[in-house]
Each structure stands twice: as C-alpha cells, then as structure tokens.
Write a protein that binds this ligand. Structure first.
Ligand code: AMP
Length: 541
C-alpha cells in the first residue's frame, strides 16, 4: 500500500520561493567586490534568480549544463546559484585558490559551458581561457560602470546581461534527483574528483543541519557565512539560511580580522561559520584592539580541527559558544556538530572542554560507524578508533564520470578517509586522516591531538605534526611550529608545556621552528608537502 500524500519534489528553487514569499523583506547584506556594502532582500534575490534562469536559457543553457562560478560570497553569487538551479542547470563552484592548471583541469572535466566570474578573478580567467575551449561565455559579476576592458570570450557585465530580460519565468520542472551543484574534492592525492549534489540531497541536507542541535538558525538570527561558497558546497548555508528566513551578511572578498569584525559588529551578527584560521585571525585582531563581540552568540568552526584554546577563549573572553563541526565535500558537507546533549550538558572545566573538542554528533540523515581493517564494526566506547564510514541521502554515492570506481562498501557506506572514535553518547572524535596518523611501535598517535595541544602554548601561532621514520619505532612524531611574531619558543619549553597532558609515548621526539607551514587551497595543513620538506630530517642522536 502506498501513502497518499502529495508528490512535492524537493527542488532548490522552492527554497528561494519560500524565502521570497514568507521572509521577503529579510536582508542579504554583502561587502561587494567593488567595495561598498550592498543591501538587498530575499524577494529581490528571487526576482533576479528568475531573470538569471531566463537569461541563461536565452544563452542556450539547458537542463544538466554546468555553469562555473569563480566568486566570493555576495548576493550576486546567491542569485546565480538559484537562477542556475532554477533552470535545472548545475552550479559548479571553482576554488580560485587552486593552481591555475588545476582550475582549468577541473573546469574541463566538468565541461563548464559558461563562467560567472567576480572582478577579482578576471585576470586569472583571462590567462586561463585558452585552456578552456568549452566555455562559450564569461559573465563578469558586476555592473556596466565597473566592467573592465577584458579579452574574455563574449564577456558581459552581469547587470547588463540581466537587464535584457524580465522576471516573468517559470522554474524548470524536473525530478528531484536532478543534479543541482558540483564541487571538486581538494585532491591531496591524484586528480580532484567531482562531487555532484542533487536538488533532493541539498534540500534534505539543509533541512536536517538546521535542527536546534545543529546550526539552529531562526528568522530572528543574523548569519555571516565566512566559509566561501566555493568550499564544500558553502556548508549549505546558501540554502539553510533562506529556508529559515535568516538575515545573511556576506563578507565578499575581505576575510581579514578587521573586515570580519566590522561586519559582525555593524550588522549585529548572531551566528557565523568558518575554518579555524579565520577565527585565529579574528581573535588576534580583537586582542590587539581591545574589542568584544556583544552580539555573536555562536560560531560554527570546522574544516580542520578547532584547537581547545580557541573554544575556551571564545567562551571565557567573548561569551561565544563554539560549535565544532566535521564534514567533507562528499557529505554536502556537514557530518556532525558539537552541541551539548542532556547527558553532557552539566559538565564543567576540563570535562566540558574534552567534549567540546570532539566534533559532536550527527543529525538525522547521517549514519556513522567505525570499523577496523577487516571491516568489523568497533565499539562506541570513546576508546576504540578506526576508519570512519558514513551513509545517507546527502553522502556521495559516486564521483562524476565514475572516477575512482565504486566508492561504497557492500553495505553502501562511504569511507571518509578519517580515523575516529565514537563515545557512548554518540560524540565523534577525529583522531586523524588515515594517511596522517603516526604509527609508532604498532600503535597510533594522533597528529591532530598533538597539534591542538601545541597551539595552546602562548608563543605558538600554528603547529603541524608529521611522522618521521624511526629505526626502532617505525615512526615518531616531529612537531613543526610557526612562532607568534617576535617569539622564539624553545624546544624544551614547548615539550614541557605538553608534558603531562598526553601519554608519554605520544611526546614529539623533536620540535622545529619554521616561518610557514604549507596549506592546501582550502586552508588545511598540507601534510604531503610538509613530509616532502622534512624528507631528509633525522631525529637528533
Ligand atoms: P573537505 O572535503 O575539503 O572539506 O575535507 C574534508 C576533510 O577535512 C575531512 O575528511 C577531515 O579530514 C577534515 N576535517 C573537516 N572538519 C574537521 C574537524 N572539525 N576536525 C578535523 N578534521 C576535519
């Protein structure tokens, strides 16, 4: 017997219809690439998205065609996403921080037919366009007054292009499993792989990650998504915020401490989301200038491990609750968020920090388990750790064009490549990337735990730990440290600081100071490059 409820496909354009109709006056405030702050509303964004769809159709874009975006978080990027998906075409975010050759490789692999490009990236795309034979037209996300002279093929200013049509357009009608968006993985090994989100996966993901224990956004909130829309589906905030009718504050191209603070303060932002490095910059700026954050209630920090010291400082000095989150491009991207369940709500002191340091628990729609190398499921006792496997309606089932072959196990679980433990209350702790974990004497040492601990030292700005070959133990940890400006932390001082806070045999065998630690285009520590850099290193003695 079948249910008798309506068949209402879960489509992205319905999200902006809802926001336009029921939260129409709510603002989207952006720092424009041109400079000034621009305010618009959900109803205006909806009208422009209808024009984007109509205009794309006039340019010959059809169901399933890929439209690349090389753009910061602004209202125009939002209009583009909704317009592209409203037609049944596919937004494909390109990360401008990748090497130019990689950007070209990705755009060609995705077969992008059009490119929407911010002013910042016009010179980059001019250099690349000869390598992009499939791109028929470049739309520069600006108006006629700010349109530069450019050699880009069929270049047009976005506002001029839009002015050729009105908003009298009906969204495309298609199945909810139709592709909506694409984002390539950062590709630390081999070529990047394309993750293809569907309308259904994006809608379900956005619904579940906004539960009260997750993002928990309401119409009275003001969110600033600092995480760029070109990272991991922009953490889905471009859909979750309009669904909830939440005011959006978009930082555009400026993500330094002063610019972020200015927006947080001026627009009374209540919730934000970004990777740890952004928050480290902000904290430094606040400290140097003696500033506070009276409006910010919560901030989601993820993408890399959030150091304990950051969570503590946000709480004690600024009264802000850190929600540590974990996810990946292949998961749309959110997997877990660390909000406090009743079982742990009354913890204090170190026990509270221990929980806040975990990456939390999953929303409904994310299934999670840990397994050993034989595939046997491990206990959820907070001690055993193994490969973290996930399954759900917003988890990748395959990569674009079948790259990488079958990526699921016999039960349909995807191997995240992370090593983790899960405690009896369901709190997951990332121990390491399986490629980065240090194997010492047959046991594993978490490089992430050591890094998190080391950055708590007052003279340490950033820390990375890699395994160095060792004749007796197989591998031993080497701690690589970027000191804070003007500081020279001594090896023994750093080790003394760590002593007693971890098992003796986890203690790094040496500490090396460097000016810089290499990062990937998504801001993660590039362990492969660091291992290369220290290839010839041997421990003293
Ligand atoms: P990406 O797809 O580029 O977002 O990378 C996903 C990977 O980032 C995950 O598989 C983790 O290895 C890492 N990651 C994300 N969030 C965290 C976190 N909170 N703590 C530690 N690692 C994280």
């Amino acid at each position: 017997m079948l249910g008798l409820m309506q068949d209402w496909p879960l489509l992205i354009p319905k999200v902006i219809d809802h926001a336009g109709l029921y939260h129409g006056n709510r603002k989207v405030i952006s720092r424009s690439v041109e400079g000034p702050i621009v305010e618009t509303t959900y109803s205006a964004i909806r009208r422009n998205a209808l024009r984007v769809a109509k205009r794309l159709e006039k340019d010959g874009i059809r169901l399933g065609d890929r439209v690349g975006t090389v753009a910061w978080n602004t209202w125009r990027h939002l209009e583009a996403w909704y317009g592209i998906t409203g037609l049944g075409a596919v937004y494909h975010t390109l990360n401008p921080r990748l090497f130019p050759e990689q950007i070209a490789w990705i755009a060609n692999h995705a077969e992008d037919r059009m490119m929407m490009v911010d002013l910042t990236f016009v010179p980059l795309m001019e250099k690349l366009q000869d390598k992009l034979p499939l791109v028929e037209r470049y739309v520069v996300l600006t108006d006629a007054a700010n349109m530069p002279q450019t050699s880009l093929k069929n270049a047009v200013a976005y506002e001029t292009w839009l002015d050729e049509v009105d908003d009298d357009f009906a969204w495309g009608s298609f199945d909810e499993n139709t592709a909506a968006g694409m984002c390539y993985t950062s590709g630390t090994t081999g070529n990047p792989k394309g993750v293809v989100y569907s309308h259904r996966s994006n809608v379900i993901h956005s619904l579940t990650v906004n539960g009260p224990d997750m993002f928990g956004m309401a119409s009275k909130d003001v969110i600033m998504p600092v995480v760029p829309m070109f990272h991991a589906n922009g953490w889905s905030l471009a859909f979750t915020a309009p669904m909830a009718g939440t005011t959006m504050v978009m930082p555009g191209p400026k993500m330094d401490g002063a610019s972020i603070y200015e927006l947080l303060d001026t627009y009374k932002v209540t919730l934000s989301a970004a990777v740890p490095t952004v928050w480290l910059m902000l904290l430094q700026y606040l400290e140097q200038n003696g500033l506070k954050l009276p409006h910010l209630g919560k901030t989601v920090i993820g993408g890399s491990a959030c150091p304990r010291a950051v969570t503590e400082k946000f709480r004690d000095v600024y009264g802000v609750e850190v929600l540590h989150a974990w996810g990946m491009t292949e998961m749309s991207p959110l997997g877990t968020i660390c909000s406090l369940k009743p079982e742990v709500a009354n913890l204090t002191g170190d026990a509270w920090l221990d929980i806040k340091e975990t990456t939390g628990h999953p929303p409904f729609s994310v299934e999670m388990k840990i397994i050993d190398d034989e595939g046997t499921e491990l206990a959820r006792d907070g001690k055993a750790f193994g490969r973290l496997m996930v399954r759900g309606p917003a988890v990748a089932g395959a990569y674009f064009k079948g790259e990488g072959g079958n990526i699921l196990d016999d039960n349909g679980f995807f191997d995240t490549g992370d090593v983790a433990s899960i405690d009896p209350n369901g709190y997951m702790r990332i121990v390491d990337r399986s490629k980065d974990v240090i194997k010492s004497g047959g046991e594993w040492i978490s490089s992430i735990d050591l890094e998190n601990l080391a950055v708590g030292h007052p003279d340490v700005a950033e820390a990375a730990v890699i395994g160095i070959a060792h004749p007796k133990w197989d591998e031993r940890p080497l701690l690589v440290v970027v000191p804070k400006p003007g500081r020279q932390p001594a090896r023994d001082g750093v080790l003394a600081y760590m002593d007693g806070k971890i098992a003796k045999w986890w203690m790094p065998d040496d500490v090396v100071l460097v000016d810089e630690i290499p990062h990937t285009a998504t801001g993660k520590i590039q362990k492969t490059a660091l291992r290369d850099q220290f290839k010839a290193y041997r421990f003293p003695g």
